[in-house]
Design a protein around this ligand. Structure first.
Ligand SMILES: Cc1cc2nc3c(=O)[nH]c(=O)nc-3n(C[C@H](O)[C@H](O)[C@H](O)COP(=O)(O)O)c2cc1C
Length: 722
C-alpha cells in the first residue's frame, strides 16, 4: 500500500507544504479591519449605500476581509476590499499567486482532470487507513489505549521518531485525509444532493414606505461574523429582496421593512463541506495552516522512516538454506522474528549443529508442522508489545494445537526481548505454556530469556543446551556490516605492561571530536575482520581507558597488545545506553571481576557522578592483579567519589574470596540499594554474573520478600558481561 501510493503521497505532501503558505500569506495582508466581525449588517449596508451609487453585493471571505462589488459615480462596476465601518476602499482584490494556482492544480488533480482527482481522493483514503492502523499499532506496542502517550523505548532512530512524531500528527493526518476524501466525493457528486428551495411569505402592501435600515430588526441583530455574502435588490420593486448567505443557512429580507420573508438552514452535507474546506485548506487561520504545514513535513518523514524500517527488516533477515528437509532432520529450529535479528542467532546455531554433523531444519513459527524424524525442537523468538508474537509467529498457537508429532520431542525455548518493556519475553513464555501441555514434548532446558540481543548470553545458553543434549557446540557471532564511515582513528597515549594475569590497560585518545561516556563500547575490527571485538569504555578526561586480557591465540587482544604509545588504529564507538551510570539514583553498586572494572574506573572518576553514593566491588586472582587499577581507584577514593571499595582475591590462600562472597557479606547494602530504587551494575565474565545474580536473588527474596525480576524490570540491574 505504502509503495503504490508513495509517489502520489509525495506530490500531495510537497504541494501541501506550498499550499499551507497561501492562507498564511493572505492573512498577513492588511485588509482585516479590527472589530469588524461584531459590526451589524445594518451599519455596513448603510455605509455602503451612503458612499456608492449602487451596490451589487458584499462578501466576507475566509480571511475576514470584506469585499464589495459596486457601481461608482462614473457608472463603473468595481470590486475591492472595504472598511466595513465606512465603506471606504482599502485595497484591490488579491489575485491568486501563480505558484499557488500551480500547486492547487497539482494537489487536486495532478493536472489529470477527473482521473487525477480520483487518484488523489483514493490516495487520501489509503493514507487515512495507514493513520488508523498506525494508531492501532502504537496502542498495541505501548500496551493499551491509556499508554498512548507513555514513554517510548528508543531502540532505533527511524522507529522511535516514527512513533513520537506519529502520535502528535496522527489526529491532523486523520483530519486532512478524511476531509480530502470528502472533498473528492463532493467533486464527483457522490454525496447526497441537498437542494434549498425558498417559499416566500410576504404580505407587505405594495405601497408600503421604506423604513430606514437602522429600523430593520433582522439587519441589526446580524453581525458580519454571521454572514458570508449579501446580494442587494436589483430594483425598488417590493418583490426584489436582499439575499443573505449566512454561515448556517440562507435568508431573503424585504428591502422596505427588513422582514425575513424566507429562511432555510443548510443540511448536514453542506455544513460538512464548508467544514472540510476550512480544515483541509487552513483558510482563515494561521495556526491551523501551520499545523497542516508541519503535518505535511511529518508525512514526508514517515515515508522515509517507514521505508528505512522495511529495508532494515529485510536486510536483517538472513536466508538460511536448509540442507535437510523437515522430515529428515533430527533438530528443528523455529524462528519468531519481526525485524530479523533473531534469524542471525538461529543461523549461528544452525551452523554449529551442522559443524557437529547433525541434521537440522530451520523454519518460521508460522510454518510449524509435523516432523517425522525430529528429536529436538528449539524455538528462538522475539516478543512485540505486551506479549504479542512477531508477525511470522502469529499462527503458531493454533498450529500447535492441531498438529500431531510422530516422535517424543525435547524442546528448548530462547526468548529474545528487552527489559525495557513490561512483558519481558512474554511471547516466549507463552510458547513455553503452549508446549508444556503437549504430551509428546518435554523440556531439555528451562526457558532462557535474552536481553537486547546479547550474543554473549546466547553463547552461554548454547553451552548449557549443548551440555543438556550431549553436544559440544561452537557458535560464531554473526558478521556485522562494518560501516567504515563511523570508524575513526584512535591514538595510544599510555599503556601498562602485561600484569601477572596477562592483562593490561591501554589509554586512547580519539583523533577527532567524539562523544562517548563510560559504559559505551569500542568496536575494533582487527586486521579487517568482519566480526567486531567490543571493549567496555572507561572515560577519563577526554580519553578512554580499556582493560584487556591477552589470550594466547586471541586475534584482537594480541593485536592491541602489539600497539605502542603513539600508534593509531581505526575503531568505532557504539553507544550502550543500557550500561550508562544513573545520575538520578541515590546509590549505585558496581560489581566486576578482572578486566570488567574498565567502565567503572571511568564512572568513579567523573566529577558529575559525585552526588551519587558509589560502591565498587572487584574480584581478581591475586593482590598483584589489582595493582594496575589501584591508582585510578585511589584517586577517586581520596576525591570522595567512592563510598566503599570491596576487593576479593580467588588465589590468595590467606583471604580467598570470590566477588559473590563479597556481595553475600554486604547483603544489607544490596537490599537497601534495591529497596531505595538504587542501581546495581555488573561487568565482567558471564560466569561471575551468574553467581552474583544467584546471590542477589537470594538477598532480594530473603530480605525484601521480592523476586529479583521485579527490580530487573525497573532497570535497577544493569549488566555488560561477556
Ligand atoms: C516495537 C517493539 C516492541 C517490543 N516489545 C517487546 C516486549 O513487549 N517485550 C520484550 O521482551 N521485548 C520487546 N521488544 C524487543 C524485541 O523483542 C527484541 O529487540 C528482539 O530481539 C527483536 O528481534 P527481531 O529483530 O528478530 O524481531 C520490542 C521491540 C520493538 C521494536
Amino acid at each position: 500500500m505504502a509503495i503504490s501510493s508513495s509517489i502520489f503521497m509525495l506530490l500531495a505532501s510537497l504541494t501541501g507544504i506550498v499550499l499551507a503558505f497561501e492562507p498564511i500569506s493572505n492573512q498577513v495582508k492588511p485588509y482585516a479591519v479590527e472589530e469588524a466581525q461584531s459590526l451589524s449588517v445594518a451599519q455596513t449596508i448603510s455605509a455602503l449605500q451612503a458612499r456608492y451609487d449602487e451596490v451589487v453585493s458584499v462578501e466576507i471571505d475566509q480571511n475576514d476581509f470584506v469585499q464589495a462589488s459596486v457601481f461608482t459615480d462614473e457608472g463603473q462596476n468595481e470590486d475591492f476590499y472595504i472598511n466595513p465601518f465606512t465603506a471606504e476602499k482599502i485595497g484591490d482584490i488579491i489575485e491568486k499567486d501563480p505558484i499557488f494556482k500551480f500547486a492547487t492544480n497539482l494537489h487536486r488533480s495532478l493536472f489529470l482532470k477527473s482521473t487525477g482527482r480520483f487518484i488523489v481522493g483514493f490516495v487520501s483514503f489509503l493514507l487515512f487507513l495507514m493513520a488508523v492502523t498506525g494508531v492501532l499499532l502504537i496502542v498495541k506496542r505501548q500496551g493499551g489505549v491509556t499508554k498512548f502517550f507513555s514513554k517510548v523505548v528508543k531502540e532505533d532512530f527511524d522507529q522511535y521518531y516514527h512513533i513520537i512524531i506519529g502520535r502528535y500528527t496522527l489526529i491532523p493526518i486523520i483530519i486532512i485525509t478524511l476531509t480530502g476524501v470528502y472533498l473528492s466525493l463532493e467533486k464527483f457528486s457522490l454525496l447526497p444532493e441537498e437542494k434549498i428551495s425558498h417559499q416566500f411569505n410576504d404580505d407587505t402592501p405594495s405601497d408600503a414606505t421604506k423604513l430606514p435600515l437602522s429600523d430593520f430588526d433582522s439587519f441589526n441583530t446580524l453581525t458580519l461574523s454571521d454572514v458570508k455574502r449579501i446580494e442587494f435588490p436589483f430594483s425598488d420593486a417590493i418583490e426584489d429582496y436582499y439575499f443573505l448567505k449566512l454561515k448556517d443557512g440562507e435568508i431573503y429580507v424585504n428591502q422596505y421593512n427588513g422582514n425575513i420573508v424566507s429562511q432555510q438552514d443548510y443540511g448536514l452535507v453542506s455544513k460538512a463541506s464548508s467544514l472540510s474546506m476550512v480544515l483541509h485548506t487552513g483558510q482563515g487561520s494561521i495556526s491551523w495552516s501551520l499545523v497542516l504545514l508541519v503535518t505535511c513535513f511529518a508525512i514526508l518523514f514517515f515515508m522515509y522512516s517507514g521505508f528505512a524500517m522495511t529495508v532494515k527488516g529485510k536486510k536483517n533477515k538472513i536466508k538460511i538454506k536448509n540442507k535437510y528437509n523437515k522430515d529428515s532432520a533430527e533438530y528443528i529450529l523455529l524462528i519468531g522474528s519481526e525485524m530479523g535479528s533473531t534469524f542471525g542467532f538461529a543461523k549461528s546455531l544452525y551452523n554449529a549443529l551442522i559443524a557437529e554433523g547433525k541434521s537440522v531444519f530451520v523454519s518460521e513459527l508460522n510454518q510449524y508442522t509435523s516432523y517425522k524424524n525430529a528429536q529436538h525442537l528449539v524455538v528462538l523468538t522475539a516478543t512485540y508489545g505486551d506479549g504479542a508474537p512477531p508477525t511470522n509467529a502469529r499462527n503458531f498457537e493454533k498450529l500447535v494445537k492441531i498438529t500431531q508429532q510422530n516422535n517424543d520431542l525435547q524442546y528448548a525455548i530462547v526468548g529474545f526481548g528487552s527489559l525495557a518493556y513490561k512483558g519481558f519475553c512474554e511471547f516466549a513464555i507463552g510458547v513455553e505454556r503452549m508446549l508444556q501441555v503437549q504430551t509428546k514434548f518435554s523440556p531439555s532446558l528451562p526457558l532462557h530469556k535474552i536481553n537486547n540481543q546479547s550474543f554473549n548470553e546466547f553463547k552461554s545458553w548454547v553451552n548449557s543446551w549443548g551440555k543438556a543434549v550431549n553436544l559440544n557446540l561452537k557458535v560464531e557471532e554473526p558478521e556485522r556490516q562494518i560501516n567504515t564511515k563511523k570508524m575513526m582513528p584512535f591514538r595510544v597515549v599510555k599503556r601498562t605492561d602485561l600484569n601477572s594475569d596477562q592483562s593490561f590497560i591501554i589509554e586512547l585518545q580519539p583523533t577527532k571530536k567524539a562523544t562517548f561516556v563510560s559504559g559505551d563500547l569500542l568496536s575494533i575490527y582487527p586486521k579487517e575482520e568482519k566480526v567486531a571485538r567490543q571493549y567496555s569504555i572507561g572515560k577519563i578526561g577526554d580519553n578512554m581507558v580499556l582493560s584487556i586480557k591477552k589470550h594466547e591465540f586471541g586475534v584482537c587482544s594480541n593485536y592491541l597488545n602489539d600497539l605502542m604509545v603513539e600508534d593509531t588504529f581505526l575503531a568505532q564507538i557504539e553507544e550502550n545506553t543500557d550500561f550508562h551510570f544513573s545520575n538520578s539514583a541515590k546509590e549505585v553498586v558496581m560489581i566486576s571481576n578482572g578486566t570488567g572494572i574498565a567502565p567503572f574506573i571511568g564512572m568513579i572518576n567523573q566529577e558529575k557522578n559525585k552526588a551519587v553514593k558509589s560502591y565498587l566491588f572487584w574480584g581478581g586472582r591475586t593482590n598483584a592483579s589489582f595493582k594496575m587499577y589501584a591508582p585510578f581507584v585511589d584517586k577517586s577514593f581520596y576525591a570522595k567519589r567512592l563510598s566503599g571499595l570491596y576487593v576479593g582475591f580467588s588465589k590468595e590462600e590467606s583471604q580467598k574470596r570470590y566477588v559473590q562472597d563479597l556481595i553475600f557479606e554486604k547483603a544489607d547494602l544490596m537490599a537497601r540499594v534495591l529497596k531505595n530504587g538504587g542501581v546495581i551494575m555488573i561487568c565482567g565474565s558471564v560466569a561471575m554474573e551468574t553467581e552474583v545474580m544467584k546471590v542477589l536473588e537470594h538477598i532480594a527474596v530473603t530480605k525484601l520478600n521480592t523476586f529479583l525480576s521485579v527490580f530487573q524490570a525497573k532497570n535497577q540491574i544493569k549488566t555488560d558481561c561477556y
